[in-house]
Design a protein around this ligand. Structure first.
Ligand code: HEM
Length: 195
């Protein structure tokens, strides 16, 4: 099975957007230039490693890659895990000062912690040879990585519906990831494949 286009295309587009904001913060969210000024290292680390995790992770759902190129799957897997570690810790620093106050501090903060924990659990499972558990935790981990995509779908919809930016952002800081996690749990319980 190939990695589904529905996963890879938006992941690559948002990864490119993330990398572009690294080179030109002005094209990103209105507060991004401010973050660069006050939290330079975490912001740069987040915007570099986050897109890598998003792109590398999407490819890992290809069944063909896992069976025909296991070495590449392992290398991409390590790249994903290290990227999550860097971007997740940086995201935690950024969550403390995110736009929107306590709601987004907690929303993004809990997302960062869940991202780090689910990824660590997946790595731990595979180092013990438990492939099934590894897939379960990686699916959870990537559903959280995918928050980068769902957030950027929710924001324009909320703004187009006429809601103020702060309200949409507060809502999206939770709605970008809680439903993703719930959806993969529901899918897995129904016996669906990881992809
Ligand atoms: C899944 C865990 C993630 C967490 C907890 C997280 C957290 C954050 C936080 C707190 C901010 C700053 C918000 C503010 O200052 O108000 C931010 C901004 C940003 N993040 Fe993440 N992030 C995550 C994943 C990703 C990924 C995978 C990407 C990949 C593209 C990404 C790309 C960005 C970009 C581009 C911004 C700048 C804002 C914008 O222009 O949209 N993030 N993130």
């Amino acid at each position: 099975m190939r990695a589904p286009a529905l996963l890879v295309v938006p992941a690559v587009l948002i990864a490119l957007y993330g990398l572009t904001t690294l080179a030109a913060p002005g094209i990103g969210a209105p507060f991004l230039v401010d973050r660069f000024a006050t939290l330079r290292i975490p912001t740069m680390a987040h915007l570099f490693a986050g897109p890598l995790a998003l792109a590398a992770g999407a490819l890992q759902f290809s069944g063909r890659l896992r069976t025909e190129r296991p070495q590449l799957h392992r290398r991409l897997g390590w790249a994903y895990a290290v990227s999550v570690l860097i971007s997740g810790i940086a995201g935690l620093f950024m969550a403390r000062v995110s736009e929107g106050g306590a709601i987004t501090h907690w929303g993004f903060g809990l997302l960062a912690v869940s991202w780090l924990v689910t990824t660590a659990m997946a790595v731990r499972a595979i180092t013990r040879g438990d492939v099934d558990m590894h897939q379960r935790w990686m699916t959870r981990s990537y559903s959280l990585t995918f928050a980068a995509v769902t957030l950027r779908i929710l924001l324009p919809i909320g703004l187009a519906a006429g809601f103020p930016f702060e309200a949409v952002y507060r809502f999206a800081s939770w709605a970008a990831w809680v439903p993703n996690l719930a959806a993969v749990e529901w899918w897995r319980r129904r016996g669906g494949s990881p992809a």
